[in-house]
Write a protein that binds this ligand. Structure first.
Ligand SMILES: Nc1ncnc2c1ncn2[C@@H]1O[C@H](COP(=O)(O)OP(=O)(O)OP(=O)(O)O)[C@@H](O)[C@H]1O
Length: 901
């Protein structure tokens, strides 16, 4: 039933959908014939969202307007049979003539003129495709249809093409192009589908969700509808299902002019999120290692395509509306006339644009005069009976052509993607390092085994040779002995027979002839020589064996080579470890930055994060030691495991400046965790950091080192250690020399922490720490002043404690060092943390009666009275009151001044 407020029947649209693609989809998207014309000057004051272009970095883009003529319908063919059409189109000249009467007409120029025979494909290509391309490039875009009821707005935008794919409208074709251009791995596309019906915004994808509020960002002009259903689109068929669902829920009615007249403005929002790497800071290709130190900025581009099918403008008497239909018609006309007024104001550069007159104009603030690329199609009918409405539609289009937008890309830094890439890099480097280590160990093992085998074989060979030689020597020896024995036996009878000869010749009872004696001697000599030779041979072999056991020349060169490989490997390993540290630290920094941003967002601007009095200052402090939400805690822990503290400390002396800076940053981050501090100090980290203050020229290194020292100075044991290592002199030197407020803030924070230790008071002063702290007020930066004030408050508190224990009876050292005028001057400082610390310091100084007169002379009494009355902290207020009432000097001065207290 097409009655008041009836839902449009989606039945006719249903049926099986054939997932078809136009031939151009995914091919060349940049083929628009919708050429830009010279832009029209427009002042920024005349935009729907007047703040939208304040940044001034956009690209001018005039609203493009096309006019489309609907063919005569059945009723017109009969009723207007004797009349000519009220318009004549000259598409080649992009002109339209609107007949006034038979002999006179007005001529209008448009960006495109689409005749009654223009195909849906051509309409999409000239009207919407350039906008879709812009959206894919990261700009917001709007395509909107405006025209009298029944002139073809829904036909142009919303046709699904179920019956004939050639009839697919702009919504369907736009999504086809978007899906074919985005990458499913890195990009996402999602849609919301809404209708604005009688000034309420309703969810076409969930009709129960009616009267949804929308949020306007006054700065960017962006309008978002956080309460609307958002559906991620992965393929065309799911999108078509959503369009069918939405159409079925859209308000429609049967009016005199259109049996399926839309009674609401339909708004399709397509959100496109794309990951890109900025051209100016291009990184390596996918999988290619990132070059360290080179800027790498992946960004996410978020853009939005808004397709608006306005409800038809109508003359109420012509549409025949009455009752509820009449109310609907009035509401439609009101919102359309508000839109017209805004466009008039923009076209005329008017100072005031009545954007708040209707929800429609508020919703479209980015589309007209904002940062979106906007294309408007005005639809008209041919009938001379509706010449008035056609004329006003044409004039609407003409005025819209004068509106100029300032197109802007909206992109955000893609922390997630960078973090993911860095993690992958770190994993790769670690894996590469492990792989090389393993290959190296395997190689060593192999060479060792080979050498072992060769030595064993040589030992075996020489052993055999030795054995052989010694057997041979033995055999020769035995042989010779045997020969001698045989000779002896042969000579024996001769000796017995020739006794006399023997005794004569030898004179010692011998019977051998002289010749025989010579022969025996010779044999004996031979024997001795043989034995010697055998012994020498054995020695020579032994010696050779020894030599063999030592590396020979060939082996020696192998070992030299091996040593070189070893050294190269060690160097490579060191470099990889340095790179790992740099990447880890970059990752850590990013995680911390992302975490800080998240916290800023969470806090919604209510920043009360300044550490309370007495709370040691921690410039790199992480929010909670147990925090796991950010994920950086485990990363810090893994740094210890993967790289090792000693390695990080050794990198502080690295030849590579980049590695040095990263190492000190990593150390500072580690020092921010209380659980790491003991290990850092024990491993010599505190001394290394102090050395950096002394020796290092680089401001970043000094700043980060001072920050790390400030963190370590949070606990008492470390405070004493810092003093013992001469840290206060180094901090004082840095305080006097540095100019950078952030370095001074860190140094002041470190000294302020030391000021809170009662035992160190006099040493701190005698070594110049107090003077250095007070000297830093020259910088004037509130962050530095706040740390100085905290140090002063800590110092004064320790003094007042000592006075109450009667371990100190002298005047305050702060007064001695001339700090009182500064303290009084800043007691009512407009920066809350400075004020609060100074108020406390004054109360503590005033607690010791000996300081009272000097304080009165300096004007501190008035500040103390103010604090006792106005201080926002109750404990400080009470402390001031107690101090004033318990001090006889202050009491008598107040009496003298007749101050009631
Ligand atoms: N270019 C065209 N070619 C053929 N038929 C068309 C064309 N434009 C519109 N029509 C037909 O005209 C009728 C009215 O069109 P449509 O519903 O799109 O108008 P509308 O402007 O959206 O109206 P309303 O504002 O009342 O919703 C429909 O039957 C549609 O099929």
């Amino acid at each position: 039933m097409a009655s008041n407020g009836a839902y449009r029947n989606g039945g006719s649209q249903r049926g099986s959908f054939k997932a078809d693609r136009p031939p151009h989809a995914g091919s060349n998207l940049r083929t628009s014939s919708f050429k830009a014309r010279p832009s029209i000057r427009r002042s920024t004051s005349g935009s729907f969202g007047s703040n939208a272009n304040k940044d001034g970095d956009g690209v001018p883009g005039r609203v493009r307007v096309a006019v489309r003529l609907r063919p005569r319908n059945g009723e017109e063919q009969v009723a207007d049979a004797d009349f000519a059409d009220c318009v004549e189109l000259q598409p080649e000249l992009k002109r339209l003539k609107l007949r006034k009467n038979n002999w006179d007409s007005d001529t209008y120029e448009f960006d495109e003129v689409l005749t009654e025979s223009a195909s849906q494909k051509r309409v999409y290509e000239v009207v919407a495709k350039p906008v879709v391309e812009s959206v894919l490039d990261g700009y917001n875009g709007t395509v909107m249809a405006y025209g009298q009821t029944g002139t073809g707005k829904t036909f142009t935008l919303g046709r699904l093409g179920d019956e004939d794919t050639a009839n697919r409208g702009i919504m369907v074709r736009a999504m086809e192009d978007i899906l074919s251009d985005v990458s499913p791995e890195t990009d996402s596309v999602s849609v919301s589908y809404l209708q604005l019906y009688m000034e309420t915004l309703q969810d076409l994808l969930d009709p129960a969700n009616d009267n949804i509020p929308f949020v306007e960002d006054p700065k960017t002009g962006d309008v978002s509808v956080p309460g609307a259903t958002v559906v991620e689109i992965r393929n065309q068929s799911s999108f078509l299902e959503l369009l069918r669902l939405g159409e079925a829920h859209r308000f429609a009615a049967n009016t005199k002019l259109n049996t399926e007249s839309s009674r609401s403005h339909a708004i399709l929002m397509v959100h496109v999120k794309r990951s890109v790497v900025r051209e100016d800071v291009l990184s390596g290709e996918e999988g290619e290692p990132l070059e360290l130190g080179r800027p790498f900025r992946p960004v996410i581009r978020k853009s939005k395509l808004v397709v608006v099918d306005l409800a038809g403008s109508e003359r109420i008497h012509k549409s025949g509306s009455e009752g509820h239909l009449l109310d609907e018609a009035k509401s439609i006309n009101l919102s359309l006339s508000a839109l017209g007024k805004c466009i008039n104001a923009l076209a005329e550069n008017s100072a005031h644009v009545p954007i708040r007159d209707s929800k429609l104009t508020r919703l479209l603030r980015d589309s007209f005069g904002g940062s979106a690329r906007t294309s408007l199609i005005v639809t008209i009918g041919p009938s001379p009976r509706h010449r008035g409405e056609t004329s006003s539609t044409i004039l609407f289009g003409q005025r819209a052509m004068k509106v100029e937008n300032m197109l802007k890309i909206k992109e955000e830094f893609d922390y997630k993607s960078l973090s993911r890439k860095l993690e992958v890099q770190v994993d790769k480097l670690i894996a590469e390092n492990e792989r090389q280590q393993k290959a190296f160990e395997d190689e060593i093992e192999k060479i060792h085994l080979e050498a072992q085998n060769r030595i064993s074989e040589a030992e075996r060979n020489f052993g055999d040779a030795l054995e052989k030689e010694s057997k041979k020597c033995q055999l020769d020896y035995m042989e010779t002995v045997k020969k001698l024995e045989e000779k002896l036996v042969l000579n024996q009878p001769k000796i017995h027979n020739d006794d006399s000869i023997c005794s004569k010749s030898s004179g010692q009872g011998g019977f051998i002839s002289a010749a025989e004696e010579v022969e025996v001697k010779k044999m004996l000599e031979n024997e001795v020589n043989l034995r010697k030779a055998a012994e020498e041979e054995v020695n020579r072999l032994r010696h050779q064996l020894e030599l063999y056991r030592e590396p020979n020349v060939g082996e020696e060169s192998d070992i030299v080579k091996l040593t070189k490989v070893l050294e190269d490997e060690a160097r490579q390993k060191k470099k990889l470890e340095e790179e790992v540290i740099i990447l880890q630290s970059q990752l850590l920094q990013l995680t911390l930055e992302a975490e800080q941003m998240r916290k800023c967002l969470d806090r919604s601007g209510a920043d009360n994060g300044f550490p309370a009095y007495d709370t040691p200052m921690s410039p790199f402090r992480h929010s909670q030691p147990k925090e796991t939400r950010s994920g950086h805690k485990p990363q810090v822990a893994t740094l210890f495991e993967q790289v090792g503290l000693q390695k990080i400390l050794s990198l502080l002396d690295s030849e590579d400046a980049n590695a040095r800076i990263h190492a000190v940053k990593v150390l500072a981050n580690l020092a921010a965790e209380e659980s790491n501090q003991k290990r850092i100090v024990e491993a010599g980290g505190l001394i290394s950091l102090l050395m950096l203050l002394r020796s290092y020229e680089d401001e970043t290194v000094r700043r980060v080192a001072a920050g790390a020292i400030a963190n370590l100075a949070m606990n008492e044991a470390n405070q004493e250690r810092i003093m013992a290592e001469g840290g206060i002199s180094l901090l004082s030197l840095t305080a006097n020399a540095a100019e950078d407020p952030q370095t001074l803030r860190m140094v002041a924070g470190a000294i302020a922490n030391l000021c809170g230790n009662e035992k160190l008071q006099s040493k701190l002063r005698s070594e110049g720490g107090l003077k250095a702290l007070l000297g830093m007020v020259r910088c004037g930066h509130p962050d530095v002043l706040s740390q100085v004030a905290r140090g002063v408050a800590n110092f004064a508190k320790c003094e007042s404690r000592a006075a109450s224990h009667e371990t100190n009876n002298g005047r305050s050292l702060l007064i001695e060092d001339g700090a009182l005028p500064w303290i009084i001057q800043n007691a009512n400082n407009e920066v809350a943390p400075i004020r609060r610390h100074i108020e406390l310091a004054l109360c503590h100084i005033a607690q010791h009666e000996i300081n009272a007169k000097e304080m009165i002379r300096g004007g501190a009494l008035w500040e103390l009275i103010r604090i006792s009355r106005d201080c926002s902290r109750e404990d400080i207020r009470n402390l001031a009151r107690r101090t004033l009432t318990s001090s006889p000097v202050f009491r008598s001065e107040m009496r003298r001044l007749r101050i009631e207290f």
